[in-house]
Design a protein around this ligand. Structure first.
Ligand code: ZN
Length: 402
């Protein structure tokens, strides 16, 4: 039976559910301490949540001297879905209520194929996961898109590399196909939520997640919450201008950070290096496939090709320059670096670190780790599940709220 309307009835229930999501099963005694409810009020709310099939019994806790306290856990049947649409692939994962990934699947498909094809691919991947038995009912899905998203409307807005996606009703389409609530956000925001929930940023309230992939973006977490800005475009750092006379960018301007340091820019510069005879390895790869990608640069770096190492260093330096300004402006407690290019090698991270530490004030960088993403390819899907769980595990605010 689909449980579309499944939502907590009041703020205490929502608080209990999120606590169980974030910290796992807890004894009644621990829950009572954590949210400061009297024993009878707590028992009442847990009874209601049990009737709603949100929570169930998880046995008994070890005795702390008096009566043994029973364990409460989220229902074993709760399922959230994370969909991470990248420029060249789609990832889909199904999680339990605690947002642990139970099944994860992906397909190579370019975002340029347009929304109907890409969303159908995502739905197919989900159907296969369900057929494998990871989910019967699902309770919501969070979808990430590699471009600017109006979070309120659930639609992409003028994404530079995504023909056909502008204003496409992604949330409505997926919600109708699945019969459950759906939220849509940009992929970088979801990666930040993923790292916040289960990755390297677990205990950090204020941090930045910089993604260097086909494009470049930044997720901003303030006080444990995503900061999206007024219209949802906060963190779109790929189009910060470095040089007004710089190379052309996909957005129509010149000299954006992306035009220097993204995977696309790396591929362009790698082709130039190969053709100019500056890199034997890249020339060989170009000969084999007729074109080069950022992954080929990674490949060449892994065999110590000096020109490829230099390209990656320059990329890291450019991102580091912009990041130094962001650090001065925002004073984060952590910077997480993610995305396909970021995983390419230590030289990129080292350059970024040195640019930031050299250019920002000691007060801002004195205790500022700059580290790689812990969840890597799973960050986006875990973040998608987290995004929709935030909605499903909250009290409906009005009839407009879906
Ligand atoms: Zn641009």
């Amino acid at each position: 039976m689909p449980r579309i309307a499944l939502r907590p009835e009041n703020a205490q229930q929502a608080q209990l559910l999120r606590l169980l999501r974030d910290h796992g099963p807890r004894s009644r005694a621990e829950l009572g301490e954590a949210i400061r409810l009297s024993r009878s009020k707590l028992a009442h709310e847990i009874d209601r949540l049990t009737e709603l099939e949100f929570v169930e019994s998880g046995g008994f806790a070890a005795s702390r001297g008096g009566r043994r306290s029973s364990i409460v856990r989220l229902s074993r049947d709760l399922r959230f879905v994370g969909v991470d649409i990248g420029a060249t692939s789609v990832d889909v994962a199904v999680t339990n209520g605690e947002l642990e990934v139970l099944g994860h699947s992906n397909a190579e498909i370019g975002v340029h194929n347009g929304p109907p094809t890409v969303l159908d691919t995502a739905l197919d991947l989900l159907s296969k996961l369900r057929a494998e038995g990871v989910a019967t009912d699902i309770h919501g899905a969070g979808v990430g898109i590699p471009g600017p998203v109006s979070f309120r409307e659930g639609v992409p807005v003028a994404p530079p590399i995504m023909p056909g996606w502008d204003q496409y009703p992604v949330r409505e389409t997926m919600s109708q196909a699945l019969g459950v609530p759906v939220q849509v956000d940009n992929d970088v925001n979801l990666m930040a939520l993923g790292e916040l929930h289960a990755g390297v940023a677990r205990s950090v309230d204020d941090f930045l997640l910089v993604k260097i992939g086909t494009g470049i973006g930044c997720g901003i977490v303030v006080g444990g919450e995503l900061h999206r800005g007024v219209s949802g475009s906060a963190g779109d750092i790929g189009h910060i201008q470095i040089d007004e006379n710089g190379p052309p960018c996909a957005c129509g301007n010149r000299g954006c950070l992306e035009a220097y340091a993204s995977g696309t820019a790396l591929a362009r510069d790698a082709m130039a290096a190969a053709r100019a005879g500056r890199s034997p390895r890249l020339a060989e790869l170009l000969e084999d496939s007729g074109a080069l990608s950022a992954a080929d640069v990674t490949d060449a770096v892994s065999v110590g090709d000096p020109a490829a190492v230099q390209l990656l260093r320059e990329s890291g330096h450019r991102v580091g320059q912009v990041l130094a300004s962001l650090v001065s402006f925002f004073n984060p407690g952590l910077v997480v670096v993610a995305g396909g290019v970021a995983g390419a090698g230590h030289s990129l991270l080292a350059e970024m670190r040195s640019a930031v530490y050299r250019r920002s004030l000691p007060l801002a960088t004195g205790n500022l780790p700059i580290v790689l993403s812990e969840l890597a390819a799973a960050a986006g899907v875990v973040g998608g599940a987290r995004l929709i769980s935030d909605q499903v595990l909250s009290v409906p605010r009005g009839i407009d709220e879906r």
